[in-house]
Ligand binder design. Sequence first.
Ligand code: AMP
Ligand code: MG
Length: 699
Amino acid sequence: MTSFDTIIIVDWSGGNQTRAKPRKDAIWVGMVTPGRPNAETFYFRNRHLVENWLTETLIAERKRGHRVFAGFDFPFAYPRGFGRVLTGSDDPFAVWNWLTDKVVDEPKHNNRFELGGEMNAMFPGVGPFWFHPRGREIENLPAKGKARIGHGMEEFRTVEKLTKGTFSCWQLGGPGTVGGQVIMGLPVLNRLRRRFANDVSVWPFNKSSRGIHLVEIWPSLISDAVDAQMTDDAIKDEVQVRVLAEAIARQSPDRIAEWLSEGDPEEGWIFGTGHADELASPPVNTLRNDCFALPPGVDWTPVDEALANLRASLGPVVTAETVPTAQALGRVLATDAIALRANPPAANAAVDGYGFAHASLGDPPHALPLVAGRAAAGAPFSWRVPPGYAVRILTGALLPDDVDTVVLEEDVTVEDDKVTFDGSIKPGANRRRAGEDVDAGDIVLKAGRVLRPSDIALLSATGVGTVSAYRRLRVGVLSTGDELADPAPDTPADRTFDANRPMLLSVLERWGYDAVDLGRAPDDRAVLRGMLDESANRVDAILTSGGASAGDEDHMSALLTEADALSVWRIALKPGRPLALGVWQGVPVFGLPGNPVAALVCTLVFARPALSLLAGSDWDSPQGFTVPAAFSKSKKPGRREFLRARINGDGAVEVFASEGSGRISGLSWADGLVELDDGAREITPGDPVRYIPYGNFGL
Ligand code: AMP
Ligand code: MG
């Protein structure tokens, strides 16, 4: 596993005229160090200063035992084959050495253009380097890119072809270009490589994993995240190095190791190419231990207040990744999805019939000669349809030029290559206009959307082949209690079969999360602590059942209290006992009641919207329906009640005979829940009540 303690990002761009506040020869550095997740930024007037600073900083960081990721925003090598012509070798370090010997770099003068000409002379034809510095004529260096010919080099490296907006390293000057930086930057890196010798690896040329990694990076890879942080007086280069350093520091060691295993051993690579969404995804929330704290002095918390509290304290805890649309069912969009093409992309026929230009119609009855051929879906008619003529057209076929109206085939007679029909027809009849459904550039689905089959259709129809989606939330389920056992014959009567764990795992599966079975914990604090410790590394959230109150054997609440991370919510809810909410090593824990009826109700009412927020989606209140009651009930004030319920043959809602919360059969008998508000109620048959089908809880 590759983990780094210190991330240094260097923006080498010198004298770039596109910056907000031009600063000549400015170099910006962003640095994240252990315990300081917000990057510090540094400004250097020239390469000499930054080279000294880098050398000193690397020495200091290594003395502290920190492993350092040092990123630089220029190519570490040229397109394939360049080194062989220049040095006779494919080893990119041969090019580094060649340049280190040749480059003259003084604050007011450098020889990069002359070197460009010198290198060009070693290639056949003209080029590959080019640029015309103002007022200077450089031997062997063409002024224009177009003047180059026959030099045999590709214009871009493989990785640059995969990346929008990169510049060619052959262009040695001009706004935004990188060619001069490569020539001037590689000798600096080479001196660092020599200075730190066995402690440096250059990615991706060295396979070994050493204390300092020199890595090619490119801030534009995460330009959206950078733009989001820009303010009027901010300097873009500074924001870039800060945002990128923080973004890399946020990644897990696994992701960094995986991205460092990519690359091209001759041409180099840009770190994170193809993973920009993941790299740029906003910082995931780390929950504070006290995030579930309720205002002091509250005794029985009303359900709505408890929900509002949850809603205010939670946000996404998962990173985003790019997913093929066809495989994105149930995933949560991390960014808005934009239509890449209009639907329909061009006007087409809505029916099978005959198309013509409406303006060319005379008075009815109409008789239009048919042109030869036809227009069908996928096989357009590519000749003109003269005024007064009609063309055979099938549903979905593009309308030929000038054709704007289609008459339904059932409404016409065809004889002697003529269509005849009576009556009037509106201009544009049976035509689907280009973009009438969706325009290119429209937001078709908002971030936070949980993708349904119909959404997959919409995305596909508008050309969105991949989406940025949050990684699936991983939710663990743990049962607690010495009395629990898995179903087996001859189990003694003092054992209780564990119903909650399989129930909760199934609920999570229905909700589209990765459900992780964390097993059963005995009523033993040390064992439970160990299981929570281990689980916190594996999952994003934990549902436990049992042991949530404040009794002798209620170890879950005791442990969370001990970790200073517990809030026991005594919620005014039936069925439901105290709900223990806590944070264990940054992972939210929902301590549900042990009783299966109460456990399910609390899961549906509280865990469902809370997990939805953690997964990157929106807060979600289940939709209910007002239906007549088929029962009588006298309800006390002061708490919310949920009754196991289902719709009878008359369309009224009946409730399970016993409200006893030990009656698990009632959960299964029911198709949903009746929700009775906090106030008192006298319900008689026919009175309206709110019924929420299980389906609306996502079950
Ligand atoms: P507790 O909240 O631990 O006091 O448990 C309350 C009741 O729920 C007790 O009768 C437990 O035996 C029962 N219970 C606890 N966990 C489960 C479970 N996983 N499956 C079925 N019943 C359980
Ligand atoms: Mg128990």
